[in-house]
Design a protein around this ligand. Structure first.
Ligand code: PLP
Length: 317
């Protein structure tokens, strides 16, 4: 769980005090789940604070909003600037940055397409999402709740409503004493975690479900595929069976909040030696250097946060 606290929330161009960042209880998004959001991380680097893959996150936010016919009243450049400004205003690292696109005015009726589309951005302290096992290995279970088919709920859009499915799977796993759930798709293939993509390693080859699967195409997933290939590993995107998962040499999750988290057990099954395997460790180590600005080759993935960015938004207390 993440503690939600901070100093300021950016709301439609204004920095609002954290404790005053409210919307009406009859807003469309809270009732029907029609909203889209992003999860982004800020890290410290030798050159100062930086946001990891900001452009890609903002592009995905805009694409998700497009799917739900929610035109965001800010350009990509304005949203990127707003994220940097929110990071500066909250002055916290590592940070978890949460842009949310929502219809905030009181309006009931599921077909409401007219309500004003708003954007809010928070930047709160980031913690280890999957707890102590985030580095040494987490215990996961295969969820009894399956991912809906993308024909019903497009998984490539990061929509608020998609997360009732993640909630059900995550709550069930938590109640059973596991750190995370792995959801299968409607045909029984491996899909993803509640907020992470899944990778496995067999005989030195790295596998992960491809774009044809009912998954969010994670930005960490994309980073890990590129890093693993640059490290010389073969990465194959394909549909994966439960059998391939349970008999893998290594399994790990990837996600902005979870970063790279090794999986040591799935249900009753040990994965490898119940410790992070060599390829998982290799990728984890490089990823950590990349996000902290210690691998110049990937510096294009880091957007520097101006330390004293002149506010572009008015401050309201
Ligand atoms: C359902 C789901 N899958 C995968 C991911 C990983 O995506 P990313 O690496 O872009 O954070 C997330 C997190 O945003 C998610 O919520």
């Amino acid at each position: 769980m993440m503690a939600a606290n901070g100093k300021k929330i950016w709301m439609d161009g204004r920095l609002v005090d954290f404790d005053n960042a409210y919307v009406h209880v009859l807003n469309h998004t809270i009732h029907y789940g029609v909203g889209v959001f992003e999860g982004i991380r800020g890290y410290s680097t030798p050159k100062g604070p930086a946001i990891f893959r900001l452009k890609e996150h903002v592009a995905r936010l805009i694409a998700s909003a497009h799917v739900y016919l929610m035109p965001i009243p800010f350009s990509a450049e304005q949203i990127e600037r707003a994220v940097l400004e929110t990071q500066t205003a909250n002055d916290v690292l590592p940070s978890y940055i949460r842009p949310l696109v929502y219809r905030g005015e009181p309006a009931l009726g599921v077909k409401n397409l007219k309500g004003k589309v708003s954007l809010a951005i928070a930047a709160i302290p980031a913690k280890k999402y999957l707890g102590a096992g985030s580095e040494t290995g987490v215990r996961a279970k295969i969820s009894p709740f399956r991912k809906p088919h993308s024909d019903a709920n497009p998984s490539f859009a990061k929509a608020c409503g998609n997360y009732i499915n993640s909630y059900l799977a995550g709550a069930d796993a938590t109640k059973d004493g596991y750190e995370e759930a792995i959801l299968l798709d409607q045909n029984g293939f491996v899909a993803e975690g509640t907020g992470e993509n899944v990778f496995l390693v067999r005989n030195g080859v790295v596998y992960t479900p491809g774009p044809e699967a009912d998954i969010l195409l994670g930005i960490t997933r994309d980073s890990v595929i590129q890093i693993a290939r640059d490290l010389g590993y073969t990465v194959v995107e394909k549909m994966l069976t439960v059998n391939e998962l349970l008999t893998a040499d290594e399994v790990f999750f990837t996600g902005t909040y979870a970063e790279i988290a090794p999986v040591k057990e799935i249900g009753h099954y040990a994965i490898g030696e119940r410790v992070p395997g060599p390829i998982t460790r290799d990728v984890m180590e490089t990823f950590s250097k990349v996000v902290h600005g210690e691998e110049p080759k990937y510096s294009k993935w880091l957007a520097p946060v101006p330390p004293l960015a002149a506010p572009t938004a008015r401050t309201r207390s």
